[in-house]
Design a protein around this ligand. Structure first.
Ligand SMILES: *Cc1c(COP(=O)(O)O)cnc(C)c1O
Length: 390
């Protein structure tokens, strides 16, 4: 089916209309709305699972915690990476087994650890001594994996500084875990979100392999390697298809780690981003002065109402409008709120149709990840992002 309404959808094969786009084209919306296709999530899960082979997929719930998404993934045999008590409860409510949920946040509330243990969660992440102590108090004897900092990330959205211990701290933390009566079973890392090419994993895996081998040489019987997330989505630059990408990552893992008994992967973005699009509206098109070459385009959605990942212009969404196909010009794109930081793209302006006007519909492609819950509650009175699940 072609939707002539969207000029570029027809012109560009990567923008072939899909279920969510077709729904958008045939419905009215009174506020910014994410339209999400469950079939598309299922397709993506199957592709990633196919490529990841024997690795257990723990979906990073935060990427999109819609209950229907969790239920669909439970039905397909997916496991879950939860960051809080509420995410654990969500997974359990949708039918997940507690032993298939890992508590992967390295910054946990003690009472949340106790809750997790009480419902049967057995696997916890840590990257600091104090966190190990909390786990030992609230979930004595639990399995823990230690998250390490990796450098050389080539990701569009690197995560390196905030989480993980320095390589030099790892031996001490492993010993401390043992001393506290915990079972340090493995290591985890995150290559950085939106790592566009599988080959970019190589240098990161090299670093982790050194730490892994050193830990084993020191007598720690590690059997779990958690390779984290980082599986990319298509935004404005081409990415490798999920099955081949995941298979290429696993090949590199096997080459360095051999037959690790348990491998976990935690895709978030790669699972859901391409399954949804946001339909929004242009509120104002203006020039600050007549001689300006670029226009300012203000949307009814911004950095604080779902598009937080435009921070530093790291994630470059693609846009469709009802006027695509004609002449375009550079635009600074901004959200509707009264916060002057609410600018989506300015350093690299976005080309939009020359005749774009207030009231026009604009579709933001592949927004299924890190949007619906990544929004303020009602800053300036703007409603949070609405969601339609197909
Ligand atoms: C957010 C997160 C993920 C998911 O990362 P993506 O890049 O979206 O795949 C995986 N693991 C952990 C620990 C995370 O915090």
């Amino acid at each position: 089916m072609t939707v002539s309404f969207y000029g570029s959808a027809v012109a560009d094969p990567v923008f072939l209309p899909d279920e969510a786009l077709n729904y958008i084209a045939t419905h009215e919306f009174d506020r910014p709305t994410l339209v999400l296709s469950l079939d598309r999530v299922a397709q993506q899960y199957d592709a990633l699972a196919g490529g990841l082979g024997r690795a257990a997929i723990h979906y990073a719930v935060k990427a999109n915690p819609e209950p229907e998404v969790i239920r669909l993934l439970v039905e397909r045999g997916c496991h879950f990476d939860a960051a809080s008590r509420a995410e654990i409860e969500l997974c359990l409510q949708q039918g997940a087994h507690a032993e298939d949920i890992s508590f992967g946040n390295t910054v946990k509330r003690g009472s949340d650890i106790a809750f997790a243990r009480s419902v049967g969660v057995v696997l916890f992440a840590a990257d600091a001594e104090e966190e190990l102590e909390k786990i030992a108090v609230h979930a004595p004897g639990a399995q823990v994996y230690l998250r390490v900092i990796v450098e050389n990330s080539s990701a569009d959205w690197p995560l390196s500084r905030k989480f993980g211990c320095a390589p030099s701290a790892l031996p001490g933390l492993l010993d401390r875990a043992v001393a506290l009566g915990l079972r340090p079973v493995g290591l985890s890392f995150h290559v950085g979100s939106q790592t566009r090419k599988a080959a970019m994993w190589g240098p990161v895996l090299d670093q982790v392999a050194i730490l892994w081998n050193n830990a084993k040489a020191a007598g720690h019987d590690l059997d779990l390697l958690n390779i984290g997330g980082g599986f990319p989505a298509f935004y404005d630059a081409p990415v490798e298809a999920p099955r081949g990408y995941a298979a290429a990552v696993m090949e590199q893992v096997h080459a360095r780690f051999g037959d690790v008994p348990r491998i976990m992967a935690e895709p978030g973005r790669g699972m859901v981003a391409e399954a949804g699009h946001i339909v929004a509206e242009v509120l104002l098109v203006s020039r600050k002065q007549e001689s300006d070459l670029h226009r300012w385009v203000y949307l009814d959605i911004g950095k604080f109402s779902g598009l937080a990942e435009t921070m530093d212009e790291a994630i470059r969404y693609k846009f469709l409008t009802t006027r695509d196909g004609g002449e375009t010009g550079p635009c600074v794109l901004a959200g509707p709120s009264c916060d002057s930081a609410d600018i989506l793209y300015e350093k690299r302006p976005v080309n939009l149709p020359a005749d774009l006007k207030a009231g026009d519909r604009i579709v933001i492609r592949n927004c299924g990840a890190y949007t619906t819950t990544y929004a303020s509650v009602g800053f300036n009175g703007f409603p949070p992002l609405d969601v339609v699940v197909l």
